[in-house]
Write a protein of this length. Structure first.
Length: 385
């Protein structure tokens, strides 16, 4: 639920390189991501479950909340494209703060105030944190190591989330979901402190809008990726909740999803750096994911659903990772416009996809069957160029 070397004062995302001594490094950025992800994911895996089970909201209404959030993220990303430059660390800390406020709203509020704050704060946090972080991270890569370093993002995410949902399930079983959300807010406050500790004074990122250089194929690939993420962010938790409702068991099930994929993506990234044939790995990821998506969408029992989701976690991130690697190879001097334009496309598509789930559910389509829509979107990632 991804998100990516000259004058010391040059902003990240500018065409000229910047001396590494003036910037936080790749490892520090992964540490920031890992701590942020753990603090976020101990609770985020249970958002849809809480809204459905404890508050009694319908899947269609939950999808609408996510859709509003994703559209808010798209608007926020578009706002970044018109900014001349943005201070990197304050923006990331503000994004973490919005997410912590989302957890506080879930823990303390009910009714319309909760629904409004949940959607707006969650959506706003996405561009505030991930746009500066993605630009800084991409600026730390070169053609010779880009695949492995982007694969390292998936590995860091897997390591950060491997135990987070299980811990979240234990906390929820002992103190309730509201206690879990308050704990997540505290953990995110710690993440903000770590992010500030790694700050570089005066570090700024420059964005922009550059859809023309994306080309139609890469644009379609990013739209497909966003659609897939929009579908799964709602459908997977609600489907899991239909199979099992115990908080600890749910946490263990979500943790299983995070166990696979990180090492696989990192290894494939290293291979792609050696042979420089990135598109082959997009095809590999799509080919491996298609039958697994069908298994998830049609799983009749909890063991089948759990095993299929574990396999999907190992394969689904492969194609999107190499789509962004290809785009970064081609637009290496324009990290800011690349990441900002990508974020707009991803969040617009996420929002449209969740609206699609809302419509499908209103027509009687079971939430689990909505997962099958992913199989339609996956082949579009092959169009990246």
């Amino acid at each position: 639920m991804r998100c990516l070397p000259a004058a010391p004062c040059s902003p990240a995302g500018a065409r000229e390189p910047m001396r590494r001594a003036r910037r936080r490094g790749y490892r520090e950025l992964l540490i920031v991501l890992g701590i942020f992800t753990f603090g976020h994911y101990i609770a985020a895996a249970f958002w849809a479950v809480y809204l459905s089970g404890d508050l009694g909201l319908s899947p269609a209404f939950i999808a609408s909340l996510y859709a509003i959030g994703f559209f808010a993220a798209a608007l926020g990303s578009m706002a970044f494209t018109v900014a001349s430059s943005v201070p990197a660390t304050p923006a990331m800390v503000a994004g973490i703060g919005c997410l912590a406020a989302t957890e506080l709203a879930l823990g303390l509020l009910e009714g319309p105030p909760l629904y409004l704050l949940f959607s707006v704060l969650f959506g706003t946090s996405i561009p505030l944190f991930f746009l500066p972080w993605n630009v800084l991270l991409a600026a730390e890569t070169r053609a010779a190591d880009r695949g492995a370093r982007f694969g390292g993002i998936n590995l860091a995410f897997a390591l950060a989330t491997v135990g987070a949902p299980f811990v979240g399930g234990l906390v929820a079983a002992s103190f309730g979901f509201r206690g879990l959300f308050l704990l997540s807010a505290i953990a995110l406050a710690g993440s903000a402190a770590v992010t500030s500790a790694f700050a570089r004074r005066g570090e700024r990122v420059r964005f922009g809008w550059n859809l023309r250089e994306f080309r139609s194929g890469t644009t379609a690939a990013f739209l497909a990726q966003g659609g897939i993420e929009g579908i799964l962010s709602t459908a997977i938790p609600l489907t899991a909740f239909a199979f099992v409702q115990g908080k600890v068991e749910l946490g263990a099930l979500f943790a299983l999803f995070a166990l696979t994929g990180g090492v696989f993506a990192f290894g494939l990234g290293r291979i792609s750096d050696r042979i420089q044939r990135r598109r082959r790995f997009i095809a590999l990821g799509v080919a491996m994911s298609l039958p697994i998506v069908l298994a998830v969408g049609l799983a009749p029992t909890l063991p089948v659903f759990a095993l299929a989701n574990g396999a999907l976690a190992a394969t689904l991130a492969i194609a999107p990772m190499f789509v962004i690697v290809i785009a970064t190879d081609r637009m290496a001097g324009q990290m800011g416009p690349l990441m900002a334009t990508r974020e707009v496309l991803l969040n617009l598509s996420r929002g449209v996809a969740t609206v699609g789930i809302l419509i499908a559910y209103a027509t009687g389509l079971p939430v689990q069957f909505a997962i099958l829509l992913v199989a339609i979107l996956l082949p579009l990632e092959l169009l990246a160029s």
